[in-house]
Design a protein around this ligand. Structure first.
Ligand code: SAM
Length: 287
């Protein structure tokens, strides 16, 4: 079905299936016809690729992905949408809809079973309240995926794609930069959705790094340091790290010095490499 971003078509489908939008599931469907083709193109959907879509709605993005990719697996939590998707996506033989909560899916198994031999891309227009947990779940599991392209709240896009160091960065920025190369693709106004949300959005793409800088304990320590560092972002690391990780200020100072970072530094002044060096030095100092 071509015109899923048309308001009359959406109303007709709602009548036909007795469907009402669920606020708690973040159901704001795209009605701007220019957006989904762009997400599909820029998100990596192409011949021979597999796309995992999260949050299908009426299938407006799924349709654009299915036109371009070899196979689309679409995970949608709301079971009321299953008969709708049977109807709206009936022309596409390369789409499989899975009725599950994305945060409960075994993604390693899904990718292995569904996308044998394909480069895999993730595309999603998700409720805003689960974008960060979903992004982190996708990145942290070392999944064999090339990139994650996702619609997020405009302000979240700034933080997720911020440079390091910068005033816009936070703990999530460090995590995203650790696992991927992020970039903002384009912004999307609130009027592009039905119903319209109270905020504007942006589409971002995270190109997943092949090799992570650390693993095991060193990785766990790094994220403990990052979490502690940003727990009070305006304070100096000497104070935030010693209180959040229960180490002495002297030990923090020594680790900063060993890592070649000034003693008065705050979290937002560190690059990813600084965080890695600092975390390694801190644990050498405290062991
Ligand atoms: N992709 C469609 C579009 O662009 O019009 C729908 C986007 S709507 C913002 C988000 C969709 O995610 C809804 O269909 C909602 O039911 C679904 N959803 C919400 N929580 C989910 C979860 N935990 N797992 C999978 N899908 C979820």
């Amino acid at each position: 079905m071509e015109n899923l971003s048309n308001i009359s078509t959406i109303r007709e489908i709602m009548d036909r299936f007795g469907f009402q939008f669920s606020k708690s599931l973040g159901q704001n469907f795209l009605i701007n016809p220019g957006i989904c083709p762009k997400i599909a193109e820029m998100g990596g959907a192409a011949v021979e690729t597999g796309v995992l879509e999260i949050g299908t709605g009426f299938g407006v993005l799924t349709h654009e992905l299915a036109k371009r990719a070899k196979k689309v697996v679409a995970v949608e939590l709301d079971s009321r949408l299953l008969p709708v998707l049977d109807y709206t996506l009936s022309e596409h033989k390369n789409v499989k809809v899975i009725n599950q909560d994305i945060l409960k899916v075994d993604l390693h198994k899904l990718i292995e079973e569904e996308f044998q031999g394909m480069d895999v891309y993730v595309c999603a227009n998700l409720p805003y309240y689960i974008t960060s947990p979903v992004i982190m779940a996708l990145l942290e599991q070392s999944l064999p995926i090339k990139a994650v392209t996702v619609m997020v709240q405009k302000e979240a896009a700034v933080r997720l794609c911020a440079n390091l160091p910068s005033r816009d960065c936070g703990a999530v920025t460090v995590a995203v930069r650790y696992y991927s190369e992020p970039r903002q693709l384009f912004t999307v106004s609130r009027g592009s959705f039905m119903p319209a949300p109270n905020v504007d959005s942006a589409v971002i793409r995270l190109d997943v790094k092949k090799d992570k800088p650390l693993s095991g304990d060193a990785e766990r320590r790094l994220f403990a340091v990052v979490k502690g560092a940003f727990s009070q972002r305006r304070k100096m690391l000497c104070n935030t790290i010693s209180s959040s990780l229960s180490v002495s200020k002297e030990q923090v100072s020594k680790a900063l010095k060993d890592a070649d970072i000034k003693e008065t530094a705050r979290a937002e002044e560190l690059s990813l490499d600084d965080f890695i060096q600092f975390s390694n030095c801190l644990y050498q100092t405290t062991e």
